[in-house]
Design a protein around this ligand. Sequence first.
Ligand code: DOR
Ligand code: ZN
Length: 343
Amino acid sequence: MDTIEIIQPDDWHVHLRDGDHMRAVLAHTAARFGRAIVMPNLKLPVTSTEAAARYRDRILQVLPSGARFEPLMSLYLTDNTRPDEIRRARDAGFVHAVKYYPAGATTNSDSGVTDIVRCADTLEAMAEAGMPLLVHGEVTDPQVDVFDRERVFLERTLGALVQRLPRLRIVLEHITTAEAAAFVRAAPENVAATITAHHLLLNRNAIFQGGVRPHHYCLPVLKRERHRQALVEAAISGSPKFFLGTDSAPHARHTKENDCGCAGVYTAHAGIELYAEAFDAAGALDRLEGFASLHGADFYGLPRNTRRIVLERRPWSVPQEYAYGEHRLVPMRAGGDIGWAIA
Ligand code: DOR
Ligand code: ZN
C-alpha cells in the first residue's frame, strides 16, 4: 500500500503555547488535524473558563487564513478548582476536558494537584457534567525511579480513582509502558489512553545514542523496547480505548540544549506522518484511521470529521530547525527523512 485515504485525524493532546511561540507552531497542527485538545499548562495555567475563552480567541486570531481547525479547550485542575467552575466550563461548550497534573510532575505543573483526594467534589461534578479527566500519570515521589513513575502511579493513584468514580471518563495521557496499556485494556469502557508518535517510534536508547540527545527527552520519559512494542500493539489493536495524542511539546532550542533541559518532543510538523510510519512498520496501515480519526471523537462524544486526507509513501526531508518566535525549534527527525507525506 503506497497511499492511504483516511477521515481527517484529530490530535487529542497538543501543546500550542502562546504569543509568538503559538504563531510559529499552530500552522503545523492546523494543516493536519481537524481538531485538537489544547493543553492548559501555559506559564499562567488556564484554570478558569474565562481564561480558556481568552486563550481560544488568541488561537483563532493567529490561525492561518483558510484553515479549518477547531481548538478544543481544556482546563488546568488545581487543588482549588470548584465544582461550579466545571459547570461553567460545560455550559460554555468549548471546554472539552480538565487536565490533572500531579504538582511538580512536568513543565508548568507547579500549580497542579497536590493530592487528588482534595478534588473529590470537583471530580464528582465532572462525572455529572460528562467532562473527561485527562491524566498526566506519573508519581512525583523522588524516591521512585524516573522510569517507574508511570507504573507506580497506576498502583498508587489511578486504580483507586477509577474505582471511586465509575462514571467519570478518564484518559490516561501519553502512555509509555506495557503496564499502562494493560491497565487501560482491563479497565471499564470509561477509561482510555492517548499514545504519542515518538513513544511508538523510539525507545530509551534514543536518549543516549552516541551522546546525550536532549531533543529525545520528554515526560513520561521514553522506556525500553519491550514497552515500545506493547504500545504499538495497543495502537494497532483496533481497540477504541486507544487514540492519537501527539503531545507535541515545543521548546526553544537553547532551553533543551541546556544544563537543565526542558522535557518535550516537537512532532506537530509531521503530526500524522510519523504515525503513518509507525503503523506501516507494524504492517497495520489499515488500523490507522480508527486510531487517528475515529476512536477519540467517539470517546469524547463528538461527531467524526467528514473531510478526508490522503497519505502517500513519499520521503521528505525534515528541516534542521523551525523559527519559534525570536528563537529556534528542533523538530523530531531534524535533518532526516520521514517516509510518509500528506498528498
Ligand atoms: O515532555 C513533556 N512536555 N511532557 C509533559 O508532560 C509536558 C510537556 C510540555 O509542556 O513541555
Ligand atoms: Zn503534554
